[in-house]
Design a binder for this molecule. Structure first.
Ligand SMILES: [Zn+2]
Length: 205
């Protein structure tokens, strides 16, 4: 069984948002057109308390995009984004959400960030996503969403580690930094992942 995983297609990550991915909105029609091709559609949602320590605003004298050590892990400091219950944390109104069967929230612990939809950055806690997919009988996971070089990458790498055949749909994702995406795609394929595009999936059905 094939699952489509939609990572963090939230207002704060889209043009005009607090941590906007350039051109991030271009992938939404593609994700919408892909959804009917899949047996199961699941989403993740970045969902931070306002006091989250990944926010530069919670560290005196620090600026966004600086790096610190947070509880033993290197942490990039971000502008405040996807704060629980705020409009910026909502999914894009353009994203079709009716077919999404479950939403896994991440980044809820103020002490640790969570780029992957499966585990926090220290692999200290699971979101339950792997158990859920296994429980549904999923063997293949297709990853889309934002952003290609960070949360999509870490989610796809964890999906491989959890034993799923894992695909990144290249035109269904968009990077924050294009050069970083070239590197993360290579890491993913070296680890056994596959990069595909949406046209091949729609034609294959
Ligand atoms: Zn975040």
């Amino acid at each position: 069984m094939k699952a489509l995983l939609i990572v963090d297609v939230q207002i704060d990550f889209l043009p005009g948002g607090a941590l906007a991915v350039p051109g991030g909105d271009s992938i939404i029609p593609i994700i919408n057109s892909l959804q009917p091709q899949f047996d199961l559609v699941v989403a993740t949602q970045d969902w931070h308390p306002r006091e989250h320590k990944s926010f530069a605003s919670n560290h005196k004298g620090r600026k966004a995009f600086e790096q610190i050590i947070l509880n033993g892990l290197t942490q990039t400091l971000w502008p405040d984004h996807c704060v629980q219950g705020t409009p910026g944390a909502e999914f894009s109104p353009e994203l079709h959400t009716n077919k999404i069967e479950a939403i896994f929230r991440k980044g809820t612990d103020i002490e640790i960030d969570s780029y992957s939809g499966f585990y926090d950055n220290g692999r200290r806690k699971s979101t339950g996503l792997a158990a859920y997919l296994n429980g549904k009988g999923v063997s293949q996971v297709y990853v889309t969403g934002l952003c290609g070089d960070i949360c999509v990458h870490y989610t796809a790498m964890d999906s491989l580690k959890e034993g799923f055949d894992t695909f990144i749909i290249e035109d269904g994702t968009c990077p924050l930094v294009a050069g970083d995406f070239e590197q993360t795609k290579q890491e993913f394929t070296v680890a056994g992942g596959q990069i595909v595009n949406s046209a091949s999936l729609i034609l294959a059905k």
